[in-house]
Write a protein that binds this ligand. Structure first.
Ligand SMILES: *Cc1c(COP(=O)(O)O)cnc(C)c1O
Length: 375
């Protein structure tokens, strides 16, 4: 049996939409991107959505839009993909890590205040595996110290906690449509914000900082464009947007299918000794992006390899960022700096979780995991 770690959910209708774009004159950022941005903003009850080429770009432009750069510090979590803190470095600022909660793997809001200095400008929380951080608490801290919140919501489009959606309490939220995310266009991302002023800046920054888009130049009477600021080349194109529109319409259905698989996993693993599943906090909607199990650190790598040998795709989300070579060498981080994140990093195993996983495959994963754990 061969069980992929992930399979996307692109259907014939999505391919048809992308083909329609390919058969049209206009491939780059145009009407189809606007249509997707409007639907995405509506789904999240956000004022504005700006389509970009990745979540990394979304995070980078969010920082730039709020004037965060050289000399500034941004508080974030070491338990994430390196894109999170790399975006802070791209902006010229310095990431400051705060350890995570043992129960959820999310940034520990109790530890944030102690990490704030005179140069702290923002907090960048990550909703790990699809579970929202304690945003009410983080907002209170941000308000007390006049900090901006930029959410990395790459795992958590569907999430909610205490009646608050992702992005709702933040200056911006950033999303990924990378190949293994809940909805995907291969590569892609979006920023949401409630600020019209910042939305306009981000729109400019995603296309070199020029004040007219290709669509303006194509559809309207010719006018010279200018470049008031230096921007980047991060604009989402019509082909990517075409692939996403239908997936967004099905997003809740896709989510309930992952919930179904998650329940089967949880029931199967809950009574097994020596392993641990992170907690789902009460009064929340978990986006169920990644299913992870914590095993003993001595056996973790062996378990990964044995599962792979049985044809099961696995992943490690994540070995903490501060221990990656570049971060160690540049910032002098070492083992022991963020013990909770390190503990998760040594023990975590991610199992396949996606709607196209059928019951037979789920059973095979469970049986294999149990067998591998025993010997
Ligand atoms: C995937 C991911 C990103 C990066 O997304 P890209 O679209 O590939 O830039 C950032 N943060 C987290 C938590 C991710 O999982």
């Amino acid at each position: 049996m061969k069980i992929e770690f992930f399979k996307h959910n692109i259907e014939q209708d999505d391919i048809k939409r992308a083909t329609d774009v390919l058969n049209s004159i206009f491939l780059t950022t145009g009407q189809v991107v606007s249509e997707f941005e409007n639907s995405f903003a509506a789904y999240l009850k956000a004022q504005h959505a700006i389509g970009v080429t990745s979540c990394t770009a979304a995070l980078h432009l969010s920082l730039l839009a709020y004037g965060i750069g050289r000399g500034d510090e941004v508080i974030t979590t070491p338990m994430s993909f390196c894109a999170t803190s790399n975006s802070i470095l791209h902006a010229g600022a310095t990431p400051v890590f705060v350890d995570v909660e043992k129960e959820t793997g999310n940034i520990n809001a109790e530890l944030i205040e102690a990490a704030i200095t005179k140069t702290t400008k923002a907090i960048m929380p990550v909703h790990l595996y699809g579970q929202m951080c304690n945003m009410q608490k983080i907002r209170t801290i941000a308000d007390k110290y006049s900090l901006v919140i930029i959410e990395d919501a790459a795992h958590a489009i569907e999430a909610e906690r205490d009646g608050v959606r992702v992005g709702e309490l933040a200056e911006t939220a950033c999303f990924s449509f990378y190949a293994t995310k809940n909805i995907t266009s291969g590569e892609g991302g979006t920023v949401t914000t409630s600020s019209s002023e910042k939305a306009e800046i981000i729109r400019m920054l995603r296309l070199h900082g020029i004040d007219k888009s290709a669509l303006d130049r194509y559809t309207k009477i010719y006018r010279h464009w200018d470049m008031p600021v230096l921007g980047w080349k991060y604009n989402m194109d019509n082909i990517q947007a075409a692939l996403l529109i239908g997936q967004l319409q099905r997003i809740e259905e896709l989510w309930s299918q992952r919930v179904r698989i998650w329940k089967i996993y949880e029931d199967a693993f809950k009574d097994i000794k020596g392993i641990e599943i992170l907690k789902t906090v009460s009064n929340s909607k978990h986006a169920r992006h990644l299913f992870t199990i914590l095993v003993s650190p001595e056996k973790r790598d062996e378990i990964l390899h044995k599962l792979q040998k049985r044809g099961i795709g696995v992943a490690v989300n994540y070995r903490p960022i501060h221990l990656l070579k570049y971060y160690r060498e540049t910032f002098g981080y070492k083992e022991g700096d963020f013990p909770v994140a390190e503990d998760i990093g040594k023990r975590t195993v991610s199992l396949p979780l996606y709607p196209r996983l059928d019951n037979t495959e789920v059973c095979y994963v469970i049986e294999s995991f149990k067998k591998v754990l025993k010997n």
